[in-house]
Design a protein around this ligand. Structure first.
Ligand code: VG1
Ligand code: CO
Length: 542
């Protein structure tokens, strides 16, 4: 039996960079989760009788929301729901399942790299039939709908047994509980030379992977251990936990410090990697060398043809605007298109669908390709392993070779987390207000060449996205970008992105922060960060 429940609109259901993210108690407010899901369904057309994929990263509140989503899908007229066993699907696996089953769309329950637990973060994101995050047109419609929503529809039936693989009928809808790992692992096997990687591992090449108590544990066990022969003891934190063991499942140098220190130490394995809460990010650290995500994108693009799935070369490369220009140099050399999009994977979807790019990446540790429509943490790890298995060089050698050929782009991001929203907005407004007067200004050794607020014109559907970050370009190719995060859940997070290009191989061994010092000083001079935020140092440096 279906019920229609009255509800008052919630004013704050505006999706950010990647879905709606709030603290768990907010999602637990009576009617809150239901209202957002109903706003999603009300913004879509033509799903009657069609399939919906539902899965999450296993964080606290995942199971409850999955039961609610299943009941609401039934009451709203979906014909079938596919749900990962235990309510689990990594974000790239969910994307693949949507595509493989030609589903109408999917609900991904995750707050990604944000911490989990009863007072931590939860999130809901809608993905469209290409498997990718809903474009802005849809997220804006969802928000608009949420502001006038006065009821939601839900079916009354018992909780579905999410742990039991099988097909059930309830509320006039078919519910399939599916193995979350196998289809995804099979897809990886079509893209990469598993035999070459198995041989590399068999020859004593040591791989360490930190699943950060998040969703990739079971995927890493199946793919890295069972199919590729990596030692099970080298998969750290492989059991998904609802609170990620109390840590941030964010694979960066701060939150994956244990792995980083191992990789820089005397007993380092040959290759180390980690993934985030929902499995779409990757951290790559070779023995003695951290590979920045921007560099990793460039290096994967330059070597992708070594993997069977990309042997015919790339159609193009796309990167988010704050990501460094390292990949641009690879695209130029390969003679393929290069695209620069706003932050967030949703902007790659059109380019991938139109066949305008094969590989995409973001400086925030996201890399992926046209095999799905999300970034994909394990995919990046496997492509690196495939390249290492073919080239039979160390990661360090591959990195150094790349820099020698293309030059090195020193790159860093400084985050000021949970600062006051008003001061963050003020800081951005005062830089923006002065942008026109910046060209020609000298700050220390740097001279500003141009400055703007990034606007994206989507070449496929013609849509325009404004205010995607403030860019300051210096003579000689260095760049500063200021942006406010769209994934945080308390206050505002200011991100400052810095890059400097260095063609001379004799100067490729500098410490990154030291190499970027003039830009760090310029950022302070332009934005008066310490005065405006009350902080004397960033919260996180990556
Ligand atoms: C951050 C990253 C962005 C990424 C987004 C979602 O967004 O900067 O590159 O696409 O997170 O990633 P923001 O707005 O906070 O800068 V995930 O792994 O959290 O889905
Ligand atoms: Co993520």
């Amino acid at each position: 039996m279906n019920r229609t429940v009255s509800v008052s609109p919630f004013p704050d259901q505006k999706p950010g960079t990647s879905g709606l993210r709030k603290k768990v108690p907010v999602f637990q407010t009576p009617g809150y989760t239901e209202a957002f899901i109903q706003s999603i369904f009300d913004s879509l057309d033509g799903f009657e009788g069609k399939s919906l994929v539902i899965g999450g990263d296993g964080r606290f509140y995942n199971r409850e929301v999955i039961q609610t989503a299943i009941r609401m899908a039934a009451a709203n007229g979906f014909g079938r729901v596919l749900v990962g066993q235990g309510g689990i699907l990594s974000t790239p696996a969910a994307s693949h399942l949507i595509r493989k089953n030609e589903a109408f769309g999917g609900l991904i329950l995750s707050a990604s790299h944000n911490p989990g637990g009863p007072t931590e973060d939860f999130g809901i994101k809608y993905n469209i039939s290409n498997g990718g995050p809903a474009p802005e047109k849809i997220t804006e419609a969802i928000f608009a709908r949420s502001q006038s929503l006065d009821r939601y529809k839900i079916a009354d039936f018992d909780d579905v047994d999410l742990d039991q693989i099988g097909t059930f009928e309830a509320g006039g809808m078919t519910i399939e509980v599916v193995d979350p790992v196998t289809d995804y692992a099979d897809l990886m096997e079509t893209l990469f030379d598993f035999e070459a990687i198995r041989n590399l591992v068999g020859d004593g090449f040591n791989v360490a992977f930190d699943a950060m108590h998040a969703v990739t544990g079971p995927y890493a066990r199946e793919i890295l251990v069972r199919r590729l022969g990596v030692d099970a003891a080298s998969i750290f934190n492989a059991t998904p936990l609802e609170d990620f063991g109390g840590h941030h499942p964010d694979p960066n140098l701060v939150h994956a410090k244990v792995l980083h220190d191992l990789m820089m130490g005397p007993d380092a394995p040959d290759f180390g990697a980690a993934s985030d809460g929902d499995g779409d990010r990757n951290l790559i650290i070779g023995k003695g060398i951290f590979v920045t995500p921007s560099d990793s994108l460039a290096m994967l693009a330059a070597n992708a043809h070594l993997a069977p799935g990309y042997k015919d070369g790339l159609k193009g490369i796309a990167r988010s605007m704050p990501t460094s220009g390292a990949a641009d140099r690879v695209a130029a050399k390969l003679g393929v298109e290069m695209h620069e999009t706003p932050t967030g994977w949703k902007f790659f979807g059109n380019l991938l669908d139109a066949g305008r790019c094969t590989i995409c990446g973001e400086e925030s540790a996201g890399t992926g390709s046209d095999h799905v429509r999300e970034k994909d943490g394990l995919w990046a790890v496997l492509l690196w392993l495939n390249i290492l298995a073919v080239r039979r060089q160390s990661a360090l050698e591959i990195v150094k070779d790349h820099w020698a050929e293309f030059g090195r782009t020193y790159y860093s991001r400084h985050d000021y987390e949970a600062i006051e929203t008003d001061s963050a907005n003020q800081l951005m407004a005062s830089i923006e207000e002065g942008l026109d007067r910046l060209p020609g200004r000298q700050i220390g050794t740097l001279k500003i060449a141009k400055a703007d607020s990034f606007t994206y014109h989507d070449p496929i559907d013609g849509s325009i996205s404004r205010n995607q970050g403030l860019r300051i370009f210096f003579e000689g190719g260095s760049r500063l970008v200021f942006r406010l995060s769209g994934t945080g859940t308390s206050g505002a997070t200011l991100r400052i992105y810095m890059e400097r290009y260095e063609p001379d191989p004799a100067l490729h061994d500098q410490d990154t922060q030291a190499a970027l010092e003039p830009l760090i000083e310029a950022a302070e001079a332009l934005a008066e960060i310490s005065k405006q935020t009350g902080r004397d140092a960033p919260t996180v440096i990556t």
